[in-house]
Design a protein around this ligand. Structure first.
Ligand code: SF4
Length: 334
């Protein structure tokens, strides 16, 4: 039974979501940045919509056009740059086994559980993904569950998107129950950025669904910069940790955002202090429109070597790149 008080907590994040900034001008005004300086950038919204929760904007430094959180979400004119090596589908994901399902790894399947996100990160490798063709409703999810039932080598389900936590708690609870009835499944993993941009998404109902399941739950957050780890997020993470849910982080190495050893060390330390283990540090996936975020492989390796020198081994994420068509992530060795 869902109590009234809990319903109001859940509706809180949905209400917050609706209040997100979708126009650059509104975000710039909030941050006390001169709108005229950015007008040339507004066009980039045609390539990929802008969406920034107000909570995430509140973590940005007002008056600072180089704020590392602002740079991740503000449309920029450079997104129109076309360059060899950058393509619409760098990970070769657009043709899947069935709509909404990717079965790249033998023992794991990835489900595009929800096609939207609470925030639109400008560097996103799925910014050109045909989400409309891959949206999953209950009927398609039932087909996906049949596929999992018939493939006994699958022991882990990964919910991705978009952002799977865009689904409401009832939809997640239903899906968790369906997975529980498939005896060869052991783990449920959720890849999400939503708690980072809106910690209120970590509701009691969500925690209860994951905690009460026989499946071992893992939440992989996406945090690129230590400034994204607020006290509210730390509180949400401690609730997940207390419920026995394992927390990992994956980040993307981004030019002018987190491209120094110092920033990466601060991120790793703050993640650990918050009960989250650094898991992967990804090189940028070369989707069209993201050239201005890219670091060369040599630059990336240099930063990584600095991290190896400064951090204890358990706080160093694996440096990886995704190669389209490959069945696993490719390690980038210093
Ligand atoms: S939250 Fe993840 S999937 Fe959504 S836009 Fe950001 S990087 Fe892409």
């Amino acid at each position: 039974m869902i109590h009234q008080a809990n319903l109001s907590v859940e509706s809180q994040w949905q209400k917050e979501l609706k209040q997100s900034y979708t126009k650059p001008k509104d975000l710039l005004n909030y941050l006390n940045l001169p709108v005229a300086d950015f007008e040339k950038d507004f066009e980039a919204r045609k390539l990929f919509n802008m969406r920034v929760p107000r909570y995430f904007a509140s973590l940005m430094e007002k008056g600072n056009p180089n704020d590392p959180l602002f740079l991740q979400v503000m449309p920029q004119i450079q997104e129109f740059i076309e360059k060899a090596g950058y393509e619409a589908d760098p990970l070769k994901e657009h043709d899947s086994e069935m709509p909404g399902l990717l079965h790249k790894y033998k023992s794991r399947v990835l489900i595009m559980f929800r096609t939207g996100c609470a925030v639109n990160c400008r560097y996103c490798f799925r910014r050109e993904f045909p989400y409309a063709d891959n949206a999953v409703n209950k009927e398609k999810l039932t087909q996906v569950l049949d596929y999992i039932s018939q493939n006994k080598q699958i022991n882990e389900v990964i919910l991705s998107g978009g952002d799977p936590l865009m689904a409401n708690d009832q939809a997640i609870a239903w899906f968790v129950e369906q997975c529980e009835s498939i005896s060869h499944l052991k783990r449920l993993r959720i890849h999400t950025r939503l708690p980072v941009v809106m910690p209120s998404r970590v509701t009691k109902e969500l925690i209860d669904s994951l905690q009460q399941s026989r499946l071992k739950a893992i939440v992989v957050l996406h945090i690129n910069h230590h400034k994204e780890i607020s006290e509210q997020l730390i509180l949400a993470c401690s609730k997940l940790n207390n419920a026995g849910i394992t927390l990992f982080n994956q980040a993307v190495l981004l030019k002018n955002i987190n491209d120094t050893v110092h920033t990466q060390v601060l991120l790793a330390e703050r993640l650990f202090d918050s009960g989250i283990l650094p898991y992967y540090l990804h090189l940028l996936d070369k989707v069209t429109g993201v050239t201005h975020f890219n670091l060369t492989e040599a630059e990336s390796k240099k930063i990584y070597e600095g991290m190896l020198a400064e951090l204890p081994g358990f706080l160093v994420p694996k440096l990886v790149r995704e190669v389209g068509g490959e069945s696993s992530k490719t390690p980038v060795l210093p």
